[in-house]
Design a protein. Structure first.
Length: 253
């Protein structure tokens, strides 16, 4: 077995998607199944579906998606994905591109789908908004087969109850986007705008009676880039050092 390590170096000048703000603990009982047909944003060419089965405070989240960006700097493209909450509970229309650069950025989409309520990370890892940009625990590649069971926070459960929970999968191929895709991201200037912008989006609603048999296995690992959110609010982290992002891939000899 041969292993390759890819190191990316970038000074951290800013970190974080839109983070969850503090909210009263309501903790609705939303036991049941929820579903969304994930539609493309920014002409990503991707398609997908999402299912959430909730039993008390435990949730099983399943995402199947294909047609996503395949590679990032020679490695499988990491696609951070979240359940966004606290806004209109819809996906943004083309009018959300307020600066007219041809790309709906994450922040431009925020008034439609809201803040990060839950990070849909891979494995026994942080599912909180603080992990929103942790590429090491994001599924990667052009196809996602994701299934995780975890304790869902009350903010996200409340959004399911209110009908304002939205699944968003991020990460675009700059080659398929307008020229502005290669401009610095509004979230992480060391990355191109395409890397942090939404590719798929779908509002969650109660699933049809009987649910859906997904037949999904766990997702794959991605690359790492830190994101910090403390006290439920967005934190901008300044660093004079260099942040090393390591992705380990394995190929058969």
């Amino acid at each position: 077995m041969k292993k390759k390590s890819i190191l990316l170096a970038a000074p951290i000048l800013g970190a974080g998607m839109i983070a969850l703000t503090a909210a009263p603990a309501m903790a609705h009982d939303v036991t049941g199944s929820y579903w969304s047909d994930l539609g493309e944003i920014n002409s990503s060419g991707a398609t997908g579906e999402a299912w959430i089965d909730v039993d008390g405070d435990m949730a099983t989240v399943t995402i199947n998606a294909s047609g996503l960006a395949a590679e990032f700097d020679g490695a499988a493209y990491p696609h951070v994905q979240h359940i966004h909450i606290g806004a209109q509970g819809v996906c943004p229309s083309d009018e959300a591109d307020t600066n007219g650069d041809g790309i709906i950025s994450t922040t431009e989409g925020g008034p439609s789908y809201g803040d990060i309520g839950t990070t849909l990370s891979v494995g026994d890892t942080d599912k909180s908004p603080a992990a929103g940009l942790d590429l090491a625990v994001a599924p990667s590649g052009d196809t996602i087969s994701y299934e995780e069971t975890f304790e869902m926070n009350h903010e996200t459960r409340d959004a399911l109850a209110a009908g304002t929970a939205v699944v968003v999968v991020h990460g675009l191929d700059p080659a398929t986007q307008p020229e502005g895709a290669t401009e610095p991201s509004d979230l992480v200037p060391e990355l191109p705008l395409a890397a942090t912008s939404p590719a798929l989006c779908g509002a969650l609603a109660m699933a049809p009676a009987g649910g859906v048999d997904t037949g999904v296995t766990a997702g794959s690992n991605g690359v790492e880039l830190g994101a910090v959110a403390a006290g439920g609010a967005l934190v901008v982290m300044l660093s004079a050092g260099v942040y090393m992002v390591r992705r380990r891939t394995a190929t058969d000899s």
